[in-house]
Structures are given as structure tokens and as C-alpha cells.
Ligand binder design. Sequence first.
Ligand SMILES: Nc1nc2c(c(=O)[nH]1)N[C@H]1C(S)=C(S)[C@@H](COP(=O)(O)OP(=O)(O)OC[C@H]3O[C@@H](n4cnc5c(=O)[nH]c(N)nc54)[C@H](O)[C@@H]3O)O[C@H]1N2
Ligand SMILES: Nc1nc2c(c(=O)[nH]1)N[C@H]1C(S)=C(S)[C@@H](COP(=O)(O)OP(=O)(O)OC[C@H]3O[C@@H](n4cnc5c(=O)[nH]c(N)nc54)[C@H](O)[C@@H]3O)O[C@H]1N2
Ligand SMILES: [Mo]
Length: 677
Amino acid sequence: MQQSDTVKTTCPRDCYDSCGVVVARRGGVVVKVRGDKDSPVNRGALCGKCTFAYNGILLDPHKRLGTPLKRVGPKGKGQFAPISWEEALAAIASELRRIVATRGPHTIAYAHYTGTISKIAYAFPVRFFNRLGATEVEPDTICNNAGHAALQYTLGSSLIGFDPRTAKDARSIVVWGANPATSAPHAFRHWFREAPGKKIVVDPVRSETARAADLHLQLAPGSDAALAFALLHVLRRDGMIDRSFINSHVLGWDEIDPILDRCTPSWAEGVTDVPAAAIEEAARLYGAGPGLLWLGQGMQRFALGGNAFRACAMLPTATGNFGKPGAGLYYLNLDGRVRGLDDDYLAAPHLRQGARPSFSHMELAQRLEDPDKIQALFCWNINPAASNPELARLRRALSREDLFTVVCDQFETDTTDFADIVLPAASFLEFDDLVASYFQLTLGPQVKAQEPLGESLPNQEIFRRLARAMEYENPELYEDDGTILNRLLNGTSCVNGFEELKRRGTVFMTDEPVLQFADLSFPTPSGRVEIASARAEADGHPRLPLPIADARPQRGRLRLLSPASPWLMNFSFANEPRIGKRLGPADVVLNPIDAAACGVAEGGLVKLWNDTGEIVLPVRISDEIRPGVALSYKGRWPRQESSRTNVNVLNPGKKTDMGESTCVHGIEVSITRMPRD
Ligand SMILES: Nc1nc2c(c(=O)[nH]1)N[C@H]1C(S)=C(S)[C@@H](COP(=O)(O)OP(=O)(O)OC[C@H]3O[C@@H](n4cnc5c(=O)[nH]c(N)nc54)[C@H](O)[C@@H]3O)O[C@H]1N2
Ligand SMILES: Nc1nc2c(c(=O)[nH]1)N[C@H]1C(S)=C(S)[C@@H](COP(=O)(O)OP(=O)(O)OC[C@H]3O[C@@H](n4cnc5c(=O)[nH]c(N)nc54)[C@H](O)[C@@H]3O)O[C@H]1N2
Ligand SMILES: [Mo]
């Protein structure tokens, strides 16, 4: 009889939760994946999407890529023949050598993001490209770089947030432009819902999170900075500003102070559509005592996203909401040092000679069109032929016969369709690694529960083998996982080595909540919170945040929002049949007023269009969104859709005011009713 046992591991999806997972196996083969009841984060549950995907496509040898593949048909058609690893690596090495010798290594681009956030599989491949001298497609520009840039100026770091456990001491929790009910389902259930403080949600959509709040400010998209200034106006008027904190720890309040005079709630009502009385109420709740402010990634994806972040960061600053229990601001908890993790070394930046060439995802289509700029493209942990802007243009550029393209994934995707060589990646159930949540201050082991399916390999092993094929000699390129894990964990006090972490599963860094900026020294040049930023000014930005908003869409046009879907994980899992059944066909949500103006009924078809592209979708009518807004969730795969595209065909790839980042929630579209056929 085959032996049955269980393995504790951690979900490495790009999600705030990083759930504890228990894997049941028989004879060393995974039979069931479920939540770990000992995990303080998910307390035994696993979300619906991961339950389906981890017990479905991830274990299915017919769905997973099992061998390296070589293109045998036209680009973009996904026609391949299996080849051996030896052949694949030799073919790649020979092309890379040729391009380095003829065009230079900077004409080799690599794109990667957060298909997995486990430490080694995320970062180790970058060592290879640093050694090669290739050009990086700036990872965060597809997601959250405007917020990073803004908080760098103001706080000196965007990576140190409040410890969510301090919510027990908070009188209010403001969730501004995030929808944890979808994007952090367990944090929503066990953190947001259970926290004792008053909840305020700022979102143009009446999301499930907004519905669970005490107060929902349903603002016009892109008007966040104006709202923040009006809140500050009321806080100042009502004596809720912390002057002693400002005097000791803030630069530039004196310059903001006179601007606040005109930022009355009634002025803001005109700019944001939030009733003045609701602004008064929100200021009263936030000003009442220690409060937490979560700035979501959704709220920096528009033209003035950086300015909006700087404006919102003034709220905890003006009220002294730092360095004490129940207080703080959170964007992402990604600073390895907070957990004692030495993760700066993971990508071995010293292997690079000179500056790191890079460009924004917003330029990917345009750059790939030009053979003088880009000769080869590598993708791993990312599916840009579904997730990037300017989708039609990008897919045309990816069709270039002379663009040598290598894609590493677990599945055939829209991006593998364009590859010359496809490399099969192992799943998180098939190798050891380490997962650090970007919300909770936890660490979790990723533990090998079975052998990789087929001939698939972990990212790190693939790039070790590629380094060998290139005959590179740097030892960093061959460092083994065990050594890396030990080095990473050396500085942590919460666990004594990887073996102990494997036994314990998800652990918190400390027993008590960590205080954000406990010593009230901020990692800015002045050591203070820099509302007025000389660095921003030197980079060509305004010295101060400004009380401004995105222009409203032109007459007859709508603002298209495409946030996270509860059933998809970014652009992953769309190929899981049980998820497809739950999702049904892609659609667009319109407010009854906009649906009536367009003359479309529930289920009717509309064309969404602008100068960049068009897509036809069925309509769902709901007042969960404001008039003037259209909503269509992200994550659809063009190769599976009857339209053969997704909403990213409408995204012109405009850059945010800071960080050259995505404006995906700033897209404007016209809508036209389509006849039924
Ligand atoms: N319209 C619209 N578009 C958006 C967004 C939006 O809000 N609206 N959001 C943007 C944001 S925030 C993001 S982060 C991006 C995300 O977009 P992507 O990064 O493209 O999507 P993911 O699904 O995270 O991951 C991509 C691939 O990684 C693969 N993968 C998983 N694990 C591994 C592994 O261990 N090794 C390898 N080699 N591959 C692996 C998965 O199978 C998947 O195909 O999309 C952006 N695009
Ligand atoms: N289930 C699931 N979970 C996910 C993901 C997923 O695809 N599916 N993706 C993961 C990734 S990569 C990321 S980056 C995060 C993203 O998760 P979040 O940080 O929650 O961001 P979004 O889902 O993009 O958008 C959140 C909210 O921002 C609102 N919003 C849009 N425009 C504005 C605006 O102008 N102002 C304000 N105040 N709000 C606005 C949207 O209506 C939406 O409800 O989630 C992660 N978790
Ligand atoms: Mo993201």
C-alpha cells in the first residue's frame, strides 16, 4: 500500500494573503491541496480560485507544459514540436551569442513579474540577465510604480507599511483604492471585518469591500488628491492636526497650509462628486484617534496617480499617525530588512557591468517593433500578450519573424503562442522556496511536495542550466537553493533555518505588532516626512502635492476600470475549466443611466472603442458603479475569447505622472450599441 502523508507549504501567488497550504499526497504524489488550519492568515480556508486551480490545471499533465518546445509554424499560432532540454538550451545560447556579437547584449530584453512571488523563483533568473548585460522591462511599471515613486519622495520608502495586526488599536481603518474582498480575500474576512475600528472605503465602485464599510466615499475616478486636500481642510478646521509631530518630523506643512484654505468640502464635492457631508464624516472618523490608511494599488493607476499618493500620504503625516499602535500607512510590506531577510543579494546586481538598461512596460510594444532596439525577448513569470497595454500593437510586434522569443511558463498562454522556444516551468508544489507576504509580516516555507511534472523545472534551475550553456563562470549563477535559503534566513530571529520553517508553516516575524517608523526617523534625505520634496522637484515634478483631479472623460465617453476579479489571479487560471464556468463570458458593467443613454438592455452587446482599439462585450447593468464609469474585470485570455482579445486592446499605454507606470484605470472609451446577430 502506498504511504499517505501531508506537507505544509505556502501559496506564492501575487496576492496580499500568502496563505498557508496543506498538501495531501499518496506515494509522493499530490492528491489534494487545501488551506492550512494552523495558518494565522487563512485559518484553514483556501480561496475558490486557488482551490480549483491547484486541484485542477496545476496537477494536470495534459494542461501543463511537459517538455521544451520549438516553434514549427508562423509566429503567434502556437504551433510547436517537443525538443530536449539540451537542444533548447543550445539553440538559445547560440542565438544569444550571435546577438551579443552582432548587435550587443542591450538588444536582448527580458520581461518578468509576479507569476510567482516566491523569493528564488522570482529573482534568481535576473542574475543571468545581469551577467548578460540585457535590458530589463521595468517590472513594477505594469502594476504599481507610480505609488512607489510617490512614497519614496514623501516617506523615503514605499516598502515599509503598518503591521496589519496593529488594527486592534486603531479607531479607524481607511481602505483607499483597494478591494481586499477580491484582492486579499482572507485579509478581508479576518482582518478588515474583525477590526474594531470604523471602516471607510474610497472607491468609485461599490465593491464588496465598500459594502462592508461604515462609510463609502464613491468618488469620481482620479479625483483622489482633491478629496485628500478636503479631508485635511476639515481636520485643520476642527483642530485635529498634530502640530507637535509636524514641527519635529515634517518638511513643508507651512507650504501646504495656505493651499488648504480653498479646499473646502463643498469645493471638493464639485470636483469629486463625494457629498460634502460624507467628507466631513470621514474626517471626523479619521481624526478621532489612531487610524490606519491603506493606499491600494488600484488607486495609483491613472494619469495623476503619483500626485494622488503624495496627497493621501499627508493624512497620517498631518495627524501624527506614525510610530504608535493603531497608526500608520500601508502600500506594500516588501522591505526584506523588516523581516531580517537579506534579499538584496538575490539578483546579484554586482554581476552587471555599468548601469542597468531598462524601459517601461508602457513602451514595450513600440520598442519591440524596432529591430534596431530589440533583437530578442525573454519572458518568465509574466504573460504580456494578455496583460500589457496596446495589446493589438504588441501582438503585431511579437509576430516579428526576426524577434527571437523565449517564454518560460507552466502553461500554453497567449505569450507562449509567440515564442520560438518554450520552456516548461515547475509549479510551487514541486520545489522549495520562501514566501513573504506583502501585507502581513509573515514568512512561509514553499515546500517540494512532488517531483516536477514531465520535464518541467523550477525557474532557478532553468537559468542555472542556461548559464552553463553560455559557459559562464560566475559562481553566483550556480548557487543552489539550499545555500540561498540559508543565507536568506540567516538574519531572521523568528525561525531557526528552513527545516524549522518547514515544520512550522506560516510564522509571524514577532509576537507583538511591529510599529511602523517606531523611532520617527524617516528614510528621506532630511529624516522627516517630506511633503515638500526637493528630490521630486529635481526630477521635474511639483515640489508639493496639488489639489487637482484627472479631467473628466469627454462628453459621451466613459472611464473604464478593469480591476482584479475574484475568480482570476491576474492573468492566471483563465484556463481552469471550473473557473471558466463560474466566470461565464467576459462582460462590461454599465450604470443604468449610461446603459439607457446608449439604448442597451441587460445582456445586449456594446462596442467599447477609442483611438487604440475596440472590443465587443455583453452588458451587465448595475448601480454598483457611478454613471460615467464602465467596469470590466482583468484576466481574460485573448486566445480563449470569441473576440480574440481583451480590455487591454483599449489601453493606449499612457504613463503616470511619476514612475513611468501604467494608467490602466485611466482609460477612456466610447460605447456603441451593437445589433444582435
Ligand atoms: N486591464 C488590466 N490589465 C492589467 C491590470 C489591470 O488591473 N487591468 N493589472 C496589471 C497588474 S497589477 C499586473 S501585476 C499584471 C499581471 O500580469 P501578468 O504578470 O502577465 O500575470 P500573472 O498571471 O501574474 O503571471 C503571468 C504568468 O506567470 C506564470 N507563472 C506562474 N508561476 C510561474 C513560475 O514559477 N515560473 C514561470 N516561469 N512562470 C510562472 C503563470 O502561469 C502566468 O501565465 O497585469 C497588469 N494588467
Ligand atoms: N483575486 C485576485 N486577487 C489579486 C489579483 C487578481 O487579479 N485577482 N491581483 C493581484 C495584484 S497583481 C494586484 S496589483 C492587487 C491589486 O489589488 P488592489 O490593490 O485591490 O487593486 P485593483 O484591483 O486594481 O483596484 C482596487 C480598487 O481600486 C478602485 N479604483 C480604480 N480607480 C480608482 C481611483 O481613481 N481612485 C480610487 N480611490 N480607487 C480606484 C477600483 O474600482 C477597485 O475596486 O491584487 C492582487 N490580488
Ligand atoms: Mo499587480
